[in-house]
Each structure stands twice: as C-alpha cells, then as structure tokens.
Design a protein around this ligand. Structure first.
Ligand SMILES: C[S@@+](CC[C@H](N)C(=O)[O-])C[C@H]1O[C@@H](n2cnc3c(N)ncnc32)[C@H](O)[C@@H]1O
Length: 233
C-alpha cells in the first residue's frame, strides 16, 4: 500500500500535544470536509451508539482492524479482553502503543494469520475492502480468521442519499460502478496523501456478498444517517 502516512502524522501530532489543524478530506462525489483530530481520540461516551453497541457485543480474543489511535482497543483492553490492534499506518500504531494498547502491530489485514473470537472493523469498516470486486476476497479472508462461533462486527452506510438531487431524483450514472465505490482524498498541513479507494456498502449488498462466501449476516443496529452495524459469522 502506497502511503505517505499523513493520517499517522496527524495522530502523532495530536498525541504529542502539537494539535494545530485538522485533517481535510474529500471524495469523488463530495467537496472538502473536516475530519477533526479530537474525534480520532474519542472515549466510549463520545462514540456513536453504533460503536458503543459493537463494543458491548465484543467478547473473547479481539482483533481491531484499522485501529487508528486505538480507541476501541483501549476500551476493550480496560474491560479485560485480550486485544490485538492492527493498522497499515505506522503513525497510528505508534500512537496506539503510546496510549497503552499492549498488542499493536503495523499490518495489513490481508497479511493477518491469527484467529479471533471477535473481529472489529469500525468507522466504515467496509472501506478497507476498497471496491465491490474485492469484497468476497476480504470476507473469505476474515472468515478464515474466526475461531469457532466467532463474529465479525462491521459498520458501513448506504450512501445513496449522496446522489439525491433537490427534486428527490438520483443523478448517478447507471453505467458507472457500484455507487458506494469512492475515491478518497486526504490532506494534512497542506500536503496531499496518495488517493485511496474507499467502499461504502449498503446492507443488502453486504448480505448478498456474505451469503456467497458462506457467512451469516445479521443487521444489529441502524444509526440515524443510513449507517448500520452488522454481525457476520
Ligand atoms: C477511518 S480510519 C478508522 C480508525 C479507527 N478504527 C477509529 O474508529 O478511530 C481507518 C483505518 O484503517 C486503516 N486501514 C486501511 N486499510 C487497512 C488495511 N488493509 N489493513 C489494516 N488497516 C487498514 C487506516 O490506516 C486507518 O487508520
């Protein structure tokens, strides 16, 4: 994965008391948006209900995929669960370690080989699948990492609303790829990260993909803005 790790640099700045500006993001279908650094250091009470629900369902040995600054890992670790946190961002893993995550590693999920009772993918967990064509590959891999009766807790959103015009019609090109496939642009302190692919999956598409690889899929919680939490196993 080609990464300047501006995300990790921003987390490191915040962790080290050098917070001066936020991360800026935009996508192929939306303009500039602010990603506030304090949100990436949220405690349980500042998490969306959907994430709180996921943490309450977590049990046994846990893998936190794309852990960022380690918010979810820290909470579960303090609850006494055995947690492994992984991220492709070296800066994120440095920060997670500094904050007290005991087992944190720079690793792409596709290179993980351990087995776990709970696998967490939160803050649009389907994003790391990158595009619809790769969903089966990632789900098959995640399934292999589950212990018997293990569960995958993953969130995403149906972003169809982003294509709605003022008259309630949809402007998406019917010949285009799946509407949840976005190009994602991130910048920090005036520097641009390499463009990334980022996938939002509506629940029914996730359900169909799960069925095709032999995973059960259950809708656990629906948020206030087309977001949802699913349990796979
Ligand atoms: C939206 S952030 C979420 C961070 C954290 N889970 C949170 O809720 O604050 C997504 C994270 O996934 C990481 N990531 C992206 N692709 C990954 C992959 N293939 N394997 C592991 N981590 C990945 C990114 O570096 C980033 O830290």
């Amino acid at each position: 994965m080609n990464l300047k790790d501006l995300f990790g640099n921003a987390l490191l700045d915040y962790q080290n008391g050098n917070y001066s500006e936020d991360i800026m993001t935009s996508t192929s279908i939306s303009d500039d948006d602010v990603l506030p650094l304090p949100y990436l250091f949220r405690g349980f009470k500042d998490m969306p209900k959907l994430e709180q629900k996921a943490l309450k369902l977590a049990k046994g040995s846990v893998l936190d995929v794309g852990c960022g600054a380690g918010n979810h890992s820290l909470y579960l670790q303090e609850k006494g669960l055995k947690v492994k946190a992984i991220d492709v961002s070296k800066g994120a893993i440095d920060v997670a370690k500094q904050r007290g995550v005991l087992h944190a590693e720079v690793k792409n999920i596709i290179d993980e080989t351990g087995t776990f009772d709970t696998i967490l993918l939160l803050m649009n967990g389907t994003g790391i699948f990158q595009e619809l064509a790769q969903v089966s590959k990632y789900l098959t891999h995640l399934k292999r990492l589950l212990k018997p009766k293990g569960q995958i807790l993953i969130d995403s959103s149906d972003i169809k609303y982003m294509y709605e015009d003022e008259d309630g019609g949809f402007w998406q090109n019917i010949n285009a790829n799946y509407y949840g496939e976005l190009d994602y642009f991130l910048s920090y302190k005036g520097e641009n990260e390499y463009p990334m692919k980022w996938l939002y999956l509506d629940y029914n598409t996730l359900l169909t993909a799960c069925t095709s690889v032999g995973l059960q899929c259950e809708l656990i919680f629906e948020g206030e803005h087309f977001d949802y939490l699913a349990r796979l196993g």
